[in-house]
Write a protein that binds this ligand. Structure first.
Ligand code: C2E
Ligand code: MG
Ligand code: MG
Ligand code: MG
Length: 278
């Protein structure tokens, strides 16, 4: 377990088993309350064009400003939110907040929002997204939704139908953490994604592993063939940046370009040149 202290840094704590169960029950009730009390915040991590290194957008990453525990990372509460259906209300808040924030940014700058598999179980997900767009005035072309392979794991017609109705709104859909699921390639067949985000685990090993380089290269080529852009996740060093660029990734994200940050810090980034094509 890790508690976030400021940006990016984590502290570990390991309470005993009983304490952990109690903590979970407590968190469960606090989670529901947290949504009504708006204790959640979105931090934004910059996304950059690989070739020009210009800013193209931001990924919204949720944190819970917990009254007792401080700023909690999504790994601390998203799963619980999914298990308790709090994710519906939380997910809706995230969508509305992210669209409202992005509507204030310079026009070419896009926003990416993560969707949890559980959100596909509710009826009317695309209505919820359409309503967030309408309320904020954000152009649909400036919104991208990220889903992981686990959304398609229970590959039912409903999920794919929902994805199509989301795309019909004019927003784009990215496959997140690509390469970590059971059957990554087959998922690419089930839906025409706009983007593949190559998981950080491949990117972080690129310098020392020729296999990782070959995999990233192959996925980038596959993306090009399928008409999908490819983002390299977790680029932390100049060497990794050079390698993902050389191997054909079209976009980059990672600490080298910026950590997730509060919305109030974004204005400084808008002074740099912004990519006009995304
Ligand atoms: P993700 O969507 O793959 O987001 C990227 C994660 O990698 C973020 O962690 C980000 O802080 C971290 N990261 C980015 N660049 C680097 C880097 O260069 N090095 C390293 N070591 N890490 C990097 P975070 O914010 O803790 O989020 C973890 C996961 O929680 C996300 O993975 C996503 O699956 C989920 N999540 C975050 N926000 C939301 C949300 O609003 N809704 C839902 N449903 N899930 C969310
Ligand atoms: Mg993501
Ligand atoms: Mg990811
Ligand atoms: Mg990842």
């Amino acid at each position: 377990k890790a508690k976030m202290e400021g940006r990016g840094t984590c502290r570990s704590f390991e309470p005993g088993m009983d304490a952990r169960l109690q903590e979970r029950r407590l968190l469960e009730s606090e989670l529901t309350l947290g949504v009504t009390k708006e204790q959640f915040v979105l931090h934004y991590q910059p996304l950059h064009d690989a070739k020009t290194s210009k800013l193209t957008g931001f990924e919204a990453l949720v944190r819970w400003n917990h009254p007792r525990l401080g700023l909690l990372a999504p790994s601390e509460f998203i799963q619980l939110a999914e298990e308790t259906a709090v994710i519906d209300a939380l997910g809706e808040w995230i969508m509305r907040r992210a669209c409202a924030d992005a509507a204030k940014w310079p026009v070419p700058v896009k926003v990416a929002v993560n969707l949890s598999p559980a959100q596909f179980k509710q009826q009317g997900l695309s209505l919820q997204v359409a309503s967030a767009l309408a309320a904020s005035g954000l152009l649909p072309s400036r919104l991208e939704l990220e889903i992981t392979e686990s959304v398609l794991l229970a590959n039912n017609e409903n999920t794919v139908r929902t994805l199509h109705s989301l795309r019909d709104l004019g927003i784009s859909i990215a496959m997140d953490d690509f390469g970590t699921g059971y059957s990554s390639l087959s998922y690419l067949r089930s839906f025409p994604f706009n983007r593949i985000k190559i998981d950080r685990s491949f990117v972080s090993l690129m310098c020392e592993s020729s296999e990782s380089r070959a995999i990233v290269k192959a996925v980038a080529e596959l993306g090009t063939t399928l008409g999908m852009t490819t983002t390299a996740e977790g680029v932390e060093t100049e060497d990794q940046y050079r390698l993902v660029r050389e191997n054909g990734c079209t976009d980059v994200q990672g600490w080298l370009f910026g950590r997730p940050m509060p919305v109030s810090e974004l204005h400084a980034l808008f002074e740099q040149p912004v990519a006009l094509t995304a």
